[in-house]
Design a protein around this ligand. Structure first.
Ligand code: TPP
Length: 388
C-alpha cells in the first residue's frame, strides 16, 4: 500500500470515537457550573440570582441566535447565501458573556457570536445586509457572512487569520488604561487560536501590563477537524494563563448563569489584576462552516451526547423552575423570531450591492495611484476593453 492510500484509508469514514462530555464532571475538572443538565441550580457554583428580566433577555437572544442559525443555514444550502458559519450550541457562551458587559465596553468578535451583535441592539436587517454582501451595512458588504462589526455598537470585526487580533484587543485595552479611561474589553476566539503565536504574545503582554481585557476562549472541542488533544498537550486551555501570571477560570460554556458569573468576576477583578483568560467549555453542534463535513471526523454519538447539554434547553429549564416561563411563551417567542427574521431577509435582499470597484476603497485612509490604477484595470477589463 502506498503512503497516500494508507492515509486515505485511515481517515475515510472513520470519525474519532466520542470523548465523555467534560460538563458531566465539572467539579472534578475545575469547571465552574451553576446549572445541572436539566437547568436546575445544583452545580458547584451558587446561583448568581440574576433578575428575571436579564435571564429572559439572555434566553430570548439565544433563541433568536438559534433560529438565525437554522434559517441562515437553509439560505446557504438553497443557494441564497454564499457562506455560513454556524453558532448552534455556543449561544450561552457568547450571549451571557456579552450580557455581563456594559454597553460602553468594547468587543472584539470572532465569527460565532451573532448574539453579541443582537444583544447590543443591532437591527436584523443590517445583519442580513452583511450576510448578503449589501452595501448598506457598516462594513459595506465586503466581508464573509458573520464577520460582523459595527463601530456604533463598540464591536470590532475579526481579522480572518485565526487569533491574529488578540494583541489588538490587549493593545486597545492598554491604551484605555494609559488614558485613564474606564472602558473594558473582551475578545472572543476558539481553542485553535491558542496555538497561534499571537495568543501567547497577547497573554504575555497582559501579564506584564495588566490591561482591562477578558480573553474569552470558546473551547468547542474542535478547530475544524483538529480535536483538543491534537491542539495542546495541556490538560486545559485556561492553565496556559498561569505561565504568564494572568488570572484564569474554566467555566461551563453551556450554562449562561455560570458564564455570566465568571465574566462578572473577571470584570470586577480588572482594577487589581487586569486580564482574565476564560475558557468556556462548549460544543459546536453544527458544521465548522458551510464548507465542512464533520461526519468525516466526529461521530453522531458525540453530537448526541453534547445535545443533552444544550444551552437552550438548560436555560429554559431554569426559567421554568423559577416559574418565569411557560410553553406558550416559548412557542410565541420562536414564532416571533421567525417572523422578524423573514422580514429582515426580505428587506435585506432588496438592498443594493456594491460594485467590484469597491474593493479598492477604504484600503487606506486616502487612495493612492497604485490602487487607482488597479481599480481602473479591473473596470476596463470588466467593460471588455481589452486592458490587462
Ligand atoms: C492563521 C489561520 N490559519 C488557518 C485558518 C483556517 N481556519 C479558519 S477557522 C479555523 C479553525 C479555528 O478553530 P478555533 O480557533 O478552535 O475556532 P472555531 O472555528 O472552532 O470556533 C481554521 C484553521 C485561518 N483562518 N487562519
Amino acid at each position: 500500500m502506498t503512503m497516500q492510500e494508507s492515509t486515505i484509508t485511515q481517515f475515510e469514514g472513520a470519525p474519532r470515537p466520542p470523548e465523555p462530555v467534560p460538563l458531566e464532571r465539572a467539579d472534578d475538572l475545575g469547571i465552574v457550573q451553576v446549572l445541572d443538565r436539566d437547568g436546575l441550580p445544583n452545580g458547584n457554583h451558587p446561583d448568581p440570582m440574576l433578575d428575571r428580566s436579564v435571564v429572559v433577555k439572555m434566553y430570548e437572544t439565544m433563541v433568536m441566535v438559534a433560529e438565525l442559525d437554522r434559517i441562515g443555514w437553509q439560505l446557504q444550502r438553497s443557494g441564497r447565501l454564499e457562506f455560513w458559519i454556524p453558532s448552534r450550541g455556543q449561544e450561552a457562551a457568547h450571549v451571557a458573556s456579552t450580557a455581563a458587559l456594559d454597553p460602553s465596553d468594547w468587543i472584539f468578535l470572532a465569527d460565532r457570536e451573532p448574539g453579541s451583535f443582537i444583544w447590543r441592539g443591532a437591527q436584523l436587517t443590517q445583519m442580513f445586509a452583511q450576510f448578503f454582501g449589501r452595501r448598506d451595512e457598516p462594513l459595506k458588504g465586503r466581508r464573509l457572512p458573520l464577520l460582523l462589526g459595527d463601530r456604533r455598537l463598540n464591536i470590532v470585526p475579526c481579522t480572518t487569520q485565526v487569533g491574529s487580533y488578540l494583541p489588538h484587543a490587549a493593545g486597545a485595552a492598554w491604551a484605555a488604561k494609559l488614558q485613564g479611561d474606564d472602558t473594558r474589553f473582551i475578545v472572543y476566539f476558539g481553542d485553535g487560536a491558542t496555538s497561534r503565536g499571537e495568543f501567547h504574545s497577547a497573554l504575555n503582554f497582559a501579564g506584564i501590563h495588566r490591561p482591562p481585557v477578558v480573553f474569552f476562549c470558546q473551547n468547542n472541542g474542535w478547530a475544524v477537524s483538529t480535536p483538543n488533544d491534537r491542539q495542546t498537550a495541556s490538560d486545559t486551555f485556561a492553565e496556559k494563563a498561569d505561565a504568564y501570571k494572568v488570572r484564569s477560570v474554566r467555566v461551563d460554556g453551556n450554562d449562561p448563569l455560570a458564564v455570566f458569573a465568571a465574566t462578572t468576576a473577571a470584570l470586577e477583578a480588572m482594577p487589581q489584576e487586569g486580564a482574565t483568560l476564560i475558557e468556556a467549555v462548549t460544543y459546536r453542534l453544527g458544521f465548522h462552516t458551510s464548507s465542512d463535513n464533520p461526519d468525516l471526523y466526529r461521530s453522531e454519538e458525540e453530537v448526541a451526547n453534547w445535545k443533552r447539554w444544550d444551552p437552550l434547553d438548560r436555560t429554559r429549564g431554569y426559567l421554568m423552575h423559577r416559574e418565569w416561563w411557560s410553553d406558550e411563551q416559548d412557542e410565541a417567542l420562536r414564532e416571533s423570531c421567525v417572523q422578524q427574521l423573514r422580514a429582515a431577509i426580505s428587506a435585506a435582499e432588496q438592498l443594493p450591492k456594491e460594485g467590484p470597484e469597491a474593493q479598492f476603497v477604504d484600503v487606506f485612509e486616502a487612495s493612492n495611484w497604485m490602487l487607482d490604477d488597479q481599480q481602473q484595470v479591473l473596470l476596463d477589463d470588466l467593460a471588455g476593453s481589452g486592458a490587462s
